[in-house]
Design a protein around this ligand. Structure first.
Ligand code: GTP
Length: 420
């Protein structure tokens, strides 16, 4: 049997996802109509040997536990949420909870970053792990990026015959390799032996230098484990050419929304809305919650998700956007490349628009720009427009490429601004 562990992070992380992460833990933010990590669950549920899914993170909200219960019911697989009381790092958390992960003696376990979107090839990854990786080893899933963008990720140098990882550098200063770490791994139980060595070194180092200082028990999987183990025959890379992207900024959420809706078209088209007589016009991939109320003269798509209780009135136009629960789009308003927050209202004839930094469609190795919302001069990068929760946009104004914090009532038009 195998298990899966999803690292969900903590409230203090996900800062680039604000203001949306002020309202909901980032891993639960809806992408293509379901929480970001529900996509991970759907992929895990397709692995026949999957016996348990464990979430590890620092959120103390009941929300995470309720979500775990809901997933357990939906996928009929035991799901647990294990709470870290301090930030333990990407390896520290799994090391801390190793007894729970190894209970029942799994053959190995999948490990996922929560903030990625992917057409997860888990069955193939498991097959590769069984065929290539030693009993105390780690399999990383890698993918290709272009030379310019690769340096923003963990870079993997492989032996192209054996697929052994010879060298691993996290966000190198100069080009190292175009194979990047996707944040999906399989670990054998004996991989904990390497973590134990690092943990002991940290502990002893702290103890010798500063006897009264707390133990440094935050361990990074990438820097403290994978980097030193590269070239020792313990780490192997499985390369995927399926879609993959990080979800760091709200702008990348729009891109992930598009990718998952496209996947649904192939795997579960019943989730998407189709054109019908006396119903709103649908262009491309659109998912609409059954409780949304949409005027038949509205036009939606491509790549739109409309959440529960949303009202969209006559003549409204929505494209490349996520409209969150109970928002209201009034007559003839236009929402493009934007996220409209819970209970927000966009007035009649208003225009809410973003300028996304989508990857170059002519470069199959280009990745979505997941950098910060600010550029080096501290100015807002071209991104999307985000309306936080309960924002009111008056009729006939234009809001371009701006972030509006929750509970704001705008009085005019804005461009390239953060409205506090
Ligand atoms: P950044 O570009 O700086 O965000 O780095 P990154 O993309 O490598 O992300 P990071 O290493 O910070 O996080 C990778 C994944 O691990 C994300 O899904 C985080 O939510 C999760 N994560 C990071 N640190 C912790 C931690 O201390 N505990 C847990 N449980 N999860 C973590």
């Amino acid at each position: 049997m195998v298990k899966a562990v999803i690292l969900v992070g903590r409230l203090q992380k996900g800062t680039r996802f604000r203001p949306l992460s002020l309202e909901i833990p980032k891993p639960l933010f809806p992408i293509a109509g379901q929480p970001m990590i529900q996509h991970h669950f759907e992929a895990c549920a397709k692995v026949p040997e999957m016996k348990e899914i464990i979430l590890i993170g620092g959120y103390d909200s009941d929300q995470m536990r309720r979500f775990a219960q809901k997933m357990q019911k939906e996928f009929s697989i035991p799901v647990r949420y294990l709470q870290e009381h301090e930030s333990l790092g990407t390896a520290g958390g799994i090391y801390h909870f190793r007894d729970q992960i190894l209970s029942g003696s799994p053959e190995c376990f999948f490990l996922f970053n929560c903030d990625i979107c992917c057409d997860f090839p888990l069955v193939d990854l498991l097959k590769f792990h069984r065929e290539h990786t030693p009993a105390d080893g780690i399999t990383m899933m890698g993918t290709d990026a272009n030379r310019k963008q690769a340096v923003n990720y963990g870079c993997i140098v492989e032996n192209s015959d054996t697929h052994e990882v010879k060298h691993y550098v996290e966000k190198p200063e100069t080009f190292v390799s175009s194979i990047i770490n996707t944040g999906v791994y399989i670990l054998s139980p004996n991989a904990f032996a390497h973590m134990s060595t690092v943990f002991r070194q940290n502990y002893e180092g702290n103890y010798r230098d500063r006897p009264m200082s707390p133990v440094r028990d935050s361990i990074s999987l990438e820097q403290d484990i994978i980097s030193p183990l590269a070239g020792t025959g313990k780490i192997f890379v499985y390369k995927t050419s399926r879609f993959w992207s990080q979800i760091k900024t709200a702008g990348s959420a729009i891109y992930a929304n598009r990718l998952y809706l496209g996947l649904f078209r192939q795997t579960c088209p019943e989730r998407l809305t189709v054109n019908e007589a006396d119903q709103p016009t649908i262009i491309g991939d659109v998912r609409i919650h059954p409780t949304a109320d949409i005027n038949p003269t509205a036009m939606l798509g491509p790549n739109v998700y409309v959440g529960p209780g949303v009202v969209i009135r006559a003549g409204a136009r929505v494209k490349e956007s996520i409209i969150l629960d109970s928002a209201e789009l009034m007559d003839h308003c236009c929402v493009l490349h934007s996220i409209v927050g819970w209970h927000s209202v966009v007035g009649e004839w208003a225009r809410v628009e973003g300028f996304p930094c989508d990857p170059n469609p002519n470069d199959p190795l280009a990745r979505v720009n997941s950098d910060t919302v600010f550029n080096d001069e501290g100015r807002l990068n071209p991104s999307i427009t985000i309306l936080g929760k309960s924002v009111f946009i008056p009729p006939e104004v234009i809001v371009l490429n701006s972030i509006v914090l929750p509970h704001k009532e705008l009085s005019g038009s804005y461009k390239n601004q953060i409205i506090l």
